[in-house]
Design a protein around this ligand. Structure first.
Ligand code: ADP
Ligand code: MG
Length: 696
């Protein structure tokens, strides 16, 4: 480590005035207890103490800094049940001021001896025409007047730590800041000056803001750069080059009976370019529910098979695996490929002999493609030549699961395509999945019927039921979903909601109602789902918790009722609604809500009514919820910025992503001075582990 870097990593215990007790407090307050940690502990507010005046001229109610003479101490008399303050009477040329101290001891005699000239600062109040101040914030010798009468930073605090203590430590640390190289291209304020301005705020708040934005950019830049470096490394690592012949893909695509949309074609060519290149693919395919991602995945898998490799298609639920397997099988049949391409289904349900058989098919390369659930991650599952892994709904799987798949190819050559239907705003995608390339399907297949959305009070259920009954009897309504929320914290209560709704609907609709929820065995779920998906099946009404959220395709379902829709997040509502509007008939989504609703909940429902555009919904979601909540990325620690905020520094994230591209292609390549300086930045933000991956 460079000498000046070491400065930032010294322990705060070394600072004069930091004793054991103070240090323990700092441990609670800061993520770590080194110089850099307190430097990045920014003030949350600023108190203006620059207002100075004579006692009687001071504006009442305002924070003022005064020079006073101590005249007299009036200790608090002890009166049972009454709180009388210890008073210190002071004056200046204009008049008198009483300083009130509750629960104060005799130490005041020491710090404010009669006859002393002092500087005090605090809020001045009216007191029977005279002036008083309760517990002045500062009582210091008058020679410190200049120091006090300015802007005071206000820090987040914890038990046993005062603002003054923090200020003192920060002061010492700031006084000896080393020279630091400049890693930014167009910064107006240097790193060290920025820290000084932030901790010793000045009147010009624009400059303070600029200083904060500079440090925020440093934090973002370090993060984005590290992600880009690791992506670079992943991609340049022994890539599996795929050379598709077109033998399978061409008849396969012809069998669809529809043209790919422009967006699908673009995304497909991005994927194919990756596959054909010598670099490994690590790509996130993002597209709204029903935008046609699955087809793209299937084409990519076939390209892999054409070139002699195997492919794996991972999905989060068994129902979905089953469905993809059937779709894929049908399409292969239709295109005359069923004896050339062998696909198998592998889920947790596979046991014993059947499982052993399937595993050996994969291991000796007789099966070309496997579609399945988490089961594919198991160690026992081996491939002959796995060249492509597709992971659907990728946020449902962890990062190490993703990595464990790549390791199933002994030479680390496996390409990875992940897919998500959760529309992630671009900035968020960049920060949480910044190590991946991004492809977006931003166009829906033609002839999609928009789903109409109605927002209704729960008390309208009584009118709703007969209307549903009528439509079912007339044959207009074939299938419908009835969703009851399941919030994790109170799973039991919500489940009872779903059950009692189910019981109630049974009294009206009899056997045509079924219940499905996450606590059920997967066999049971599959059976019900299959019966519901079957156009001639007896189940017409499916009461469900959010288990249906992901992927299920039942085109005959044209109505969805969501109870307590005010409890769902926007992205869940959007995903749920995506289950309908998949057939030729018009679909309706009814959002039932209780009378008690927060403003935010109201706004969410209004958004749902207004648009079906997943990206618009996601942007709105970002505004309403704050970035960290989306996808639970905050929990996963993916978005872990201390200084920068996705909401306030949106533009900085965009700028950094461009900056990083240039850094990788120019500075890193040519080992420029900026690149050297950037390494300092990475170490400062403790991305030291990743530095090993860097070339220069
Ligand atoms: P996603 O996985 O993105 O949610 P799917 O791939 O399941 O979407 O596609 C949803 C439906 O749209 C499927 O029934 C699929 O056959 C159909 N589809 C996909 N692409 C097109 C297209 N270009 N034109 C018409 N229909 C399409
Ligand atoms: Mg899908």
């Amino acid at each position: 480590m460079v000498e000046s870097l070491e400065y930032f990593f010294q322990s705060l215990i070394q600072v004069k005035g930091v004793g054991d007790k103070f240090f323990q407090g700092l441990r609670r307050l800061l993520p770590n207890t080194r110089f850099k940690d307190i430097l990045f502990h920014f003030p949350v507010d600023v108190i203006d103490r620059s207002y100075t005046s004579q006692i009687m001229d001071a504006e009442v109610g305002r924070v003022v800094t005064l020079k006073v003479d101590v005249l007299k101490h009036i200790p608090a008399p002890y009166i049972r049940g009454r709180k009388i303050p210890y008073k210190v009477l002071c004056s200046d040329d204009s008049g008198f001021i009483t300083l009130n101290f509750f629960n104060a001891g005799n130490y005041l005699l020491k710090s404010m001896p009669v006859g002393a000239k002092l500087c005090i600062s605090g809020k001045i109040e009216d007191f029977d025409g005279g002036r008083c101040m309760n517990h002045p914030d500062y009582i210091v010798p008058v020679n410190q007047f200049e120091k006090i009468a300015g802007l005071e930073p206000v820090y987040p605090l914890t038990y046993a730590i005062t603002n003054k203590m923090i200020r003192n430590v920060v002061d010492v640390v700031l006084n000896n800041l080393p020279r630091v190289p400049e890693w930014q291209n167009d910064a107006n304020i240097s790193f060290t000056d920025s820290l000084k301005i932030i901790h010793r705020p000045i009147k010009n708040m624009d400059i303070v803001k600029e200083a904060k934005r500079r440090i925020a950019y440093d934090e973002i830049l370090a993060n984005q750069l590290v992600l880009a470096i690791s992506r670079n490394k992943f991609k340049t690592e022994s890539g599996a080059k795929i050379i598709p012949s077109g033998e399978f893909i061409e008849p396969f695509v012809k069998s669809f009976g529809y043209e790919l949309t422009g967006a699908q074609k673009r995304v497909l060519s991005e994927v194919m370019t990756d596959l054909k290149s010598e670099n490994r693919m690590l790509r996130l395919l993002q597209g709204d529910v029903g935008s046609g991602k699955t087809i793209i995945a299937m084409i990519a898998l076939l390209a892999t098979v054409e070139s002699g490799g195997q492919g794996a298609f991972m999905v989060p639920t068994e129902i979905l695996a089953q469905q993809h397997f059937e779709t894929f099988t049908k399409l292969l049949d239709k295109s005359g490929l069923s004896d050339k391409v062998r696909i198998i289904l592998l889920t947790g349900k596979d046991k014993g002999k059947i499982k052993t058989e399937k595993l050996s098919l994969l291991e000796n390369g007789l099966a070309n493609i496997v579609i399945g659930t988490h089961a594919i991650f198991q160690e026992k599952v081996k491939f002959k030549n796995l060249l492509l892994s597709v992971i659907d709904e990728q946020h449902k799987f962890g990062v190490h699961q993703r990595l464990s798949l790549t390791n199933k190819n002994s030479e680390n050559k496996c390409n990875i395509l992940t897919m998500t239907a959760t529309p992630i705003p671009r900035t968020l995608a960049m920060t949480s999945f910044g190590d991946m390339d991004l492809s977006i399907i931003d166009e829906m297949p033609p002839n999609r019927k928009e789903v109409e959305t109605k927002v209704m009070n729960m008390n309208k259920i009584d009118e709703l039921i007969p209307s549903i009954e009528g439509q079912i009897n007339l044959g207009i309504l074939k299938k419908l979903y009835w969703v009851c929320p399941l919030v994790e914290e109170s799973e039991k209560i919500d489940l009872s909601d779903a059950i009692s709704r189910y019981e109630f609907l049974k009294t009206v609709f009899g056997d045509s109602v079924a219940l499905i929820h996450g606590k059920m065995k997967s066999d049971e779920k599959d059976e019900i789902m299959q019966e519901f998906a079957n156009p001639n099946g007896k189940i017409k009404i499916l009461v469900a918790t959010t288990v249906i959220e992901v992927g299920v395709n039942v085109p005959e379902a044209t109505l969805m009722i969501i109870e307590h829709s005010e409890r769902f997040g926007l992205s869940s509502l959007h995903q749920l609604r995506g289950r309908i509007g998949r057939g030729a008939d018009k679909s309706i989504c009814i959002l039932l809500h209780s009378s008690k609703m927060t403003l935010v909940a109201k706004e969410r429902l209004a958004v749902m009514k207004e648009t079906t555009d997943g990206f618009k919904i996601a942007e709105k979601d970002l505004k309403l919820r704050g970035a960290g909540d989306i996808l639970g990325v905050r929990q996963s620690g993916l978005v872990d910025f201390k200084i920068a905020s996705l909401e306030d520094d949106y533009d900085l994230f965009l700028a950094a992503s461009q900056d990083v591209k240039n850094i990788i292609s120019i500075d890193m390549k040519n080992n420029t001075e900026r690149w050297q300086n950037l390494k300092y930045l990475l170490q400062l933000f403790e991305y030291t582990g990743q530095i090993k991956n860097m070339k220069a």
